[in-house]
Every structure is written in structure tokens, then in C-alpha cells.
Design a protein. Structure first.
Length: 286
């Protein structure tokens, strides 16, 4: 675990990479690729504010809604990166007001954006953080439309990509949709390689709290095993669950706040096969 100063520096570097990708590649391309900033690019045609200013307003608004709906689930890391990102974008806008495309081609701009932004996003993800924005939108959709977080993220991303149709031609709309799809694939590769699931094994003194979070908040399954400690021969219980990348991030953030001393082991899962059947509750491990 990084100390506070080191952690802030790490988050700042990751957010700087994301801001750089947005300013030098996404904004010149005019594409709306699966992010609040992408939506802000479209909204600049209707609101007399810059991309950074609109992003700041939307991120702060979403953070407030998030805290109202979900309490303290959105931790300090998300608040920090959500505020820092538009501040960095604004700094770029002031220092480089005449910024243009580095490649001279919108398609290459989007390709470069996807590659660079995935580095920053994966750094945040691996530190149990996010850039806010779209993650909060997905959580809201999950609560009110009762869908999985991955589906909610996809729906929000597609809606933002389609918003480009309000001001741009069909080529830009198609580029936004394609960029949104490829961005998800590349980010999956950075974070999980070729897999999309994690098997998380948890030994914690807050077993019931963690179990309820997995079942009720993540809407995932869990299996509980009895175990004996090899050193003291004391009985313990291990919670095992299989989660996707969004659920994994939420689970790690929750464990860090709820029981920092929890013993957690994590495995890549290359494939999951099961036959769904009606059961009461969430007794079967997914």
C-alpha cells in the first residue's frame, strides 16, 4: 500500500495521462467516446463553456448525486480524480488555446486516444480508483433500471457516442461508436489481459457485512468455505466470489474501507460455464 503522498502522486500521474489523451487526441477528433468528457465535447456546441468547464460542472453534479444516492461509497480517490481531471484540462486549454490534431486524421486521433487513455484508466483501476463521471452514471442506471454494472456502463457509453449525432455527420457518429467499442476491448486487455473475470477469495472479520455487499450491492454470487489456519489451527471461513472488472473494483474499494486487514487472494478466470437455474437467494457461486 502506497503512503498518502505516494498515492496522491500516483493518482495525479494517472489523471494527467487521461487529461493528455483527451486534450491532444479526443478533443481534436470531435468524437464522443464513452466518457463524460466526450459528452462535454458535444455540449460545447450548445453551452458557452469550454470542455473543461462543462466536465467540471458535470463531474461535481454527478458526485453530489452519487453521495445522495449511495452515501460514502464514492471514496476520496474518485472525488480527487473527478476534480483534478477538468482542472488539468483547463490548464491545457489556457496554455495551448490553439490546440489542433497531432495526426491530421480523426481516426488516428481516436486510435491514439484509446491507447493512451487506457494506460491512465488502468492505473486508476489497479489502485481501486476511477475517474468518476461515467461510473456514477452507470451506478444510477443500475439502481433504477436493475441491470448489471457492465451493461449499465455499455448503455451509458453508447448513449454518449450517439449524442454526437446532434452536431456532427454520420462519419463522426460511427467513429464515436467504434471508438467506444474498441476502448472497452483495449481497457480489458490492459487490466485483465484476455480475461474478463476475477475469482476473489476473502478471509475477513467482517464476514456478514462483506457477504451482504457481494449479494445485495454487486448482485453477485458467493460460496463460503470452512478453513483451518495452519499456524494456530483456528477455524476460519473464506468467502469466494467471481466478479467482472467493474464489480472487482467496487469490491476492492469496499474491502479497503470496511476491513483493511482482510486476507484477499485473487485469480484470473479464463472461462466460466454454468447452467442458470431458479434458486432462492444467491447461494450458488457465479
Amino acid at each position: 500500500m502506497l503512503d498518502l503522498a505516494g498515492n496522491i502522486l500516483y493518482l495525479s500521474v494517472a489523471t494527467f495521462i487521461i487529461a493528455t489523451a483527451i486534450f491532444f487526441f479526443l478533443m481534436p477528433s470531435k468524437a464522443s467516446v464513452s466518457s463524460i468528457t466526450g459528452l462535454s465535447i458535444v455540449l460545447t456546441h450548445f453551452i458557452p463553456l469550454s470542455v473543461a468547464q462543462i466536465t467540471m460542472v458535470m463531474n461535481v453534479g454527478l458526485l453530489i448525486i452519487g453521495f445522495i444516492l449511495f452515501g460514502r461509497e464514492f471514496g476520496g480517490k474518485t472525488v480527487y480524480t473527478s476534480i483534478l481531471l477538468p482542472l488539468l484540462l483547463r490548464l491545457y486549454e489556457v496554455l495551448l488555446p490553439n490546440n489542433g490534431s497531432l495526426t491530421g486524421d480523426a481516426t488516428l486521433d481516436v486510435a491514439c486516444y484509446i491507447f493512451v487513455v487506457s494506460i491512465g484508466l488502468s492505473m486508476l483501476f489497479n489502485d481501486n480508483a476511477s475517474s468518476g463521471g461515467l461510473d456514477i452514471v452507470a451506478k444510477i442506471l443500475q439502481r433504477f433500471l436493475h441491470m448489471e454494472i457492465g451493461q449499465a456502463l455499455s448503455l451509458a457509453g453508447i448513449a454518449i457516442a450517439l449524442s454526437s449525432a446532434l452536431v456532427y455527420d454520420t462519419k463522426t457518429v460511427a467513429l464515436s461508436l467504434l471508438g467506444t467499442y474498441l476502448n472497452g476491448i483495449v481497457l480489458d486487455h490492459y487490466i485483465f489481459g484476455q480475461t474478463g473475470k476475477k475469482r476473489v477469495c476473502i478471509m475477513t472479520s467482517r464476514e456478514e457485512v462483506v457477504r451482504q455487499f457481494i449479494l445485495q450491492e454487486l448482485r453477485s454470487g458467493a460460496t463460503i468455505y470452512e478453513a483451518i489456519g495452519g499456524f494456530d489451527l483456528q477455524p476460519r471461513r473464506e468467502i469466494i466470489t467471481i466478479v467482472n472488472k467493474q464489480e472487482y473494483q467496487q469490491l476492492m474499494t469496499f474491502l479497503e474501507k470496511t476491513d483493511p486487514q482482510a486476507f484477499v487472494t485473487i485469480y484470473n478466470v479464463t472461462e466460466v460455464r454454468y447452467i442458470p437455474k431458479p434458486v432462492l437467494g444467491h447461494e450458488a457461486e457465479r
